[in-house]
Design a protein around this ligand. Structure first.
Ligand code: DAH
Length: 339
């Protein structure tokens, strides 16, 4: 039995030394020291020994157990150390390697242009206002001199929600809403989404953006409108830009005009950008109709005002030389990352 124990110690030490990992060690603990292990098998023979031999063998068996346990623990420690070294090696950072820059977010091209327009008007003392996109027929049409049956309704294909509720087709209802809530002097810019039931193509989208302007005060004239829009045009397209007002018709302004800027590519000589016109239309405007002032609770005998409406997409397309409106909404990173 003594030689069995010695052999056990020897073979255990050998196999533990050859173990490849923690799980090998665990398997050996079971094989040598477990309930069905080799040491237990040897101890079962104790009954056959004499009373003098038993304590001596018991002692040897305990020593063998302690020895094997110690061998396992020592090797487990070695594996732990190795693991740690490998982990540290993986975690090492080479500070001389070139870094990868995180990708920075940036503004959408429509936001860039809107912010520019806002800046220009805030510089002239305007405040920014906003209102509902789900609007009453009254604010979108009636109060702006567009009663039922008026031909102007046909030009704005409307998404109706009920008979009297719709998705606003223009930001002009903000004129009435703001005048109802505020006394003149009024100087606001009201940007926002508008909706028209148009099929999407390079120049149409069922959702787009307008920027409404409204100024109401004593003695406001068409000259003020012109100066204001000249400031906008120069701010957006450069100091050399000129503007021109062409007579037009809108139900809510009288007189009304469409406003062109001199082509910022050819300077007015004519090119493909301005379709050889030398001029590019950028917005509509005019003097607020006396009835519209009245509808907003403002006395037209005391006050006058001007208003204008800018198509944000149209301006952004010219500003960045984009020929398809749909690009603004598709969120294609190849397009967006250029701005
Ligand atoms: N609301 C007009 C449209 O959608 C644009 C417009 C024209 C707004 C003249 C105005 C204005 O305030 O005075 O076509």
């Amino acid at each position: 039995m003594k030689s069995q124990l010695e052999e056990l110690r020897r073979s255990a030490a050998e196999r533990i030394a050859a173990a490849k990992g923690k799980s090998d060690l665990e398997a050996m603990r079971v094989a040598y020291l477990g309930k069905k292990g080799e040491l237990t098998a040897i101890l079962k023979q104790m009954g056959k020994l004499s009373a003098e031999e038993r304590p001596v063998m018991g002692q040897l068996a305990n020593e063998a157990r302690a020895y094997i346990e110690q061998q396992i623990t020592e090797h487990a420690e070695i594996f732990k150390q190795k693991e740690k070294e490998e982990r540290l090696k993986l975690e090492t950072i080479d500070v001389t390697m070139p870094g990868t820059l995180p990708r920075r977010g940036h503004k959408h091209p429509l936001t860039i242009v809107l912010d520019e327009v806002k800046d220009i008007f805030i510089g002239m003392g305007f405040q920014i206002a906003s209102g509902p996109e789900v609007e009453l027929d009254y604010y979108n049409f009636e109060a702006l001199n567009i009663p039922e049956g008026h031909p102007a309704r046909d030009t704005q294909d409307t998404f109706y929600i009920t008979d009297k509720v719709l998705l606003r087709t223009q930001t002009s209802p903000m004129q009435i809403r703001y005048m109802e809530q505020h006394k003149p002097p009024i100087r606001i810019l009201a940007p926002g989404r508008v909706y028209r039931s148009d099929a999407a193509d390079a120049t149409h989208s069922p959702l787009f953006h307008q920027i409404e302007g409204l100024v109401v005060d004593k003695g406001v004239t068409m000259g003020d409108l012109k100066a204001c829009l000249e400031t906008l045009a120069k701010g957006l397209f450069g100091e050399q830009t000129r503007i021109r007002l062409r007579p037009h018709h809108f139900p809510f302004t009288e007189p009304s005009c469409e406003v062109d800027v001199s082509c910022f590519r050819c300077g007015g000589k004519g090119c493909s950008m301005c379709k050889d016109e030398g001029w590019i239309e950028i917005l509509g405007g005019g003097m607020v109709h006396p009835q519209v002032l009245r509808n907003g609770g403002v006395d037209p005998d005391e006050y006058s005002g001007f208003a204008f409406g800018i198509g944000l997409e149209r301006i952004a397309m010219f500003r960045f030389h984009i020929d398809d409106l749909r690009l603004f909404y598709e969120n294609d990173m190849r397009f967006l990352s250029q701005f």
